[in-house]
Design a protein around this ligand. Structure first.
Ligand SMILES: Cc1cc2nc3c(=O)[nH]c(=O)nc-3n(C[C@H](O)[C@H](O)[C@H](O)COP(=O)(O)O)c2cc1C
Ligand code: SF4
Length: 407
């Protein structure tokens, strides 16, 4: 098999030194919603570690799209700090991307500064919160906010934006019949449910002005009967190709229904509950202890777990596709590239070791990440970190990690 991982590639107007991309994995390091030294150190270490492009995760296009205190939202005042970060990434020879999105119903009034909004009225048991359906004029304002966020990303020196249209966040909430119950032109059949995404992409492509890449992270399926199925998602991918985006990242899962479809394995419930603030979230902590496995079911992990589905998309569209999901070994990465994917994204392998790509280039065959998912349980409350980098973990968490790693 031809070895392609360390050959350059192009995504729209951007050239990468190799075919590795650090996928958007929420850092929870933007204390008071601003870039921090921790965010800077982590991404610069990944850039130094040989990555082709690193992606700053889960940035909201406006205040109502924020779901965590440690999350960025795009505004003029943070641009100088982001510029320092992109400059430092570029100095290491890597490219910089930023994931832009809106959480929709996945937030609380206190974090979003208003009642959470979504495609339709409802109650989101995962937050948990009541949600108000967006009015038509608010939809058009939100479309503009996506464009403004892309303008700011260009100003901050990013080479690419990754629009988050998957995982059950706002664009995905419009696409999915599970969350979109609208009776107007934004609801009903798939053509109507795609309308918000289409407007956003037109605005984004205009703001990107053809000198930064526009990547879209999409679902291949939502993961349950009343959600989007693979055929619907292929139509979405074809529509994005028609609109002229430069590449798609193929993922799956819906955070308010099947969260572990995204990352696979078990949610580490003891870790999740341990870090939660007891004074504020005692009821949620109790709920997780009592019914955690029912609310967050385990989805079995295997290497390259999305590959068979991603190959169906490879056949259905011609634009560059980026593979994500269970990339830990050099051999699988080469296999994925040989199937016609332009690059591979990785999250956990680079949470485990920011220097992983250099090590691969120097002959390492496999990441030491064994998918305990500790980093996922922790990320909801504290800054992202692999358990290998945390000292004095309580015994019950050590046991939970061991159990997951031995499965
Ligand atoms: C700690 C953590 C945080 C994540 N946060 C995000 C996120 O903010 N946005 C997103 O699109 N995906 C997020 N993901 C999913 C990853 O981008 C990726 O799709 C998934 O983990 C599969 O890749 P992997 O097997 O290489 O980890 C996150 C994953 C992890 C482990
Ligand atoms: S905490 Fe576990 S899943 Fe996360 S990066 Fe470390 S080894 Fe991998």
């Amino acid at each position: 098999m031809e070895q392609q991982l360390f050959t350059p590639c192009n995504i729209g107007p951007v050239s990468l030194r190799n075919r590795t991309i650090r996928s958007a994995a929420f850092e929870n390091m933007c204390y008071q919603n601003k870039p921090s030294q921790d965010l800077f150190n982590y991404h610069v270490s990944v850039a130094k570690g040989g990555i082709g492009m690193t992606t700053i995760a889960y940035t909201a296009v406006n205040r109502s799209g924020v779901s965590f205190k440690g999350q960025l939202w795009m505004r003029e005042e943070i641009i100088p700090e982001l510029k320092k970060l992109t400059d430092a990434i570029h100095e290491q020879g890597a490219k910089a991307a930023i994931q832009l999105g809106h959480c929709g119903n996945m937030t609380h009034r206190a974090t979003a500064g208003q009642m959470p909004v979504g495609a339709s009225n409802g109650f989101n048991i995962y937050s948990p919160t009541f949600v108000r359906g967006l009015k038509e004029n608010e939809i058009y304002d939100l479309v503009k906010d996506f464009g403004k966020a892309v303008h700011l990303a260009r100003k901050a020196g990013f080479d690419a934006v990754e629009i988050h249209a998957g995982h059950g966040y706002l664009i995905s909430q419009f696409l999915s019949p599970y969350t979109n119950k609208r009776k107007d032109k934004f609801g009903g059949n798939l053509q109507n449910r795609m309308r918000f995404m289409q407007l956003v992409m037109e605005e984004v492509l205009q703001a990107a002005q053809n000198d930064i890449a526009v990547i879209v992270k999409v679902n291949m399926f939502d993961g349950f009967k009343s959600g989007m199925q693979i055929d619907d998602c292929i139509r979405v991918a074809q529509e994005l190709e028609r609109l002229g985006v430069h590449a798609l990242v193929l993922s799956a899962g819906f955070v308010s229904r099947m969260p572990m479809d995204v990352m696979r394995g078990a949610m580490p419930l003891k870790t999740l509950a341990y870090y939660m603030d007891m004074t504020k979230f005692w009821w949620l902590k109790m709920g997780i202890r009592i019914a955690g496995r029912l609310i967050i079911p385990t989805v079995p992990y295997q290497e390259a777990y999305f590959l068979e589905d991603a190959k169906k998309f490879r056949k259905a569209v011609n634009l560059p596709l980026i593979y994500v999901g269970g990339m830990v070994s050099r051999a699988k990465m080469e296999e994925v590239l040989s199937e016609g994917f332009v690059a591979v994204q990785m999250a956990r392998a680079l949470v485990h070791d920011p220097d992983f790509v250099n090590k691969l280039q120097n002959g390492l065959q496999r990441s030491g990440c064994k998918h305990s998912n500790y980093c996922i349980g922790r990320m909801y409350t504290l800054e992202m970190k692999c358990h290998h980098r945390v000292e004095n973990l309580p015994k019950k968490i050590q046991k939970e990690i061991q159990k997951a790693e031995n499965k």
